[in-house]
Design a protein around this ligand. Structure first.
Ligand code: URA
Length: 235
């Protein structure tokens, strides 16, 4: 019996290593893998947005103009997560549309992708007054919605833009300078932290590091394309 079990474990290990070699390093968790999810239980961005509603869960609702939910490909393999909306985003209701956003668009294009192919959102969905840093209670209130967005999209890679994004996703207080340059695992999703585009606008000498991070993302993306040749965003 023990021998049989050991053999089974060894076979399973080999199979998981084979999947890993194919770029698949997580398996869907299901109580019963024969059970198909009920379509009405499916987490969609539309449903998450509806649940968020005219959110008044934290104090930011008093000063915001618009909730900036996020935009892009609902089936994106790559997600960019920033900190929170700024002035332009608050006015337009879209993430990363100001100066930092224009730089983010160029960064995305530098790895031969378009904004529409990825999904872009923020840790918090409402602009803090005077663009101050998000406060812990605001992050805590908003993060469940971000987590649901991630669950719905099921990206393979998340690029965390800046300190707040990286710290929130990786549940750490480490600085972005310490966090960047490495790849982290978030339940099977590769998280690549990099400098925030707004920081890059003030410190253009840091572009080299961001370019290194982008090259890493590009490499992962080409692995995904090899595993799923029918399309970048398919799974
Ligand atoms: N900075 C962010 O972190 N997010 C935006 O959407 C815009 C600027």
């Amino acid at each position: 019996m023990d021998e049989h079990l050991n053999e089974l474990i060894s076979d399973l290990k080999t199979y998981l290593e084979y999947l890993k070699g194919m770029g698949i390093d997580s398996l869907p968790i299901s109580k019963n893998f024969l059970e198909r999810p009920n379509p009405s239980d499916l987490l969609t961005l539309q449903r998450i947005r509806k649940e968020l509603g005219d959110c008044k869960r934290c104090k930011l609702h008093r000063t915001r103009r618009t909730i900036v939910f996020g935009e892009g490909n609902e089936r994106a393999a790559l997600m960019f997560i920033g900190e929170g909306p700024g002035y332009d985003e608050d006015v337009q209701g879209r993430p990363f549309v100001g100066k930092a956003g224009q730089l983010l668009t160029k960064i995305i294009q530098s790895i031969q992708l378009q904004r529409e192919e990825v999904y872009i959102t923020n840790i918090i969905k409402c602009r803090p007054p005077q663009n101050r840093n998000p406060e812990p209670d605001e992050i805590e209130t908003c993060t469940p919605f971000l987590m649901k967005q991630i669950q719905a999209i099921q990206p393979k890679i998340i690029c965390a833009l800046g300190t707040f994004s990286a710290q929130t996703l990786l549940k750490t207080n480490a600085k972005i300078t310490t966090l960047r340059g490495k790849v982290y695992d978030l339940e099977g999703i590769q998280v690549i932290p990099t400098y925030h585009p707004a920081f890059l606008l003030r410190n253009p000498d840091k572009k080299k590091e961001v370019w290194e991070d982008m090259k890493k993302i590009q490499q992962f993306m080409s692995q995904i394309e090899r595993t799923y040749p029918e399309g970048k965003d398919s799974r």
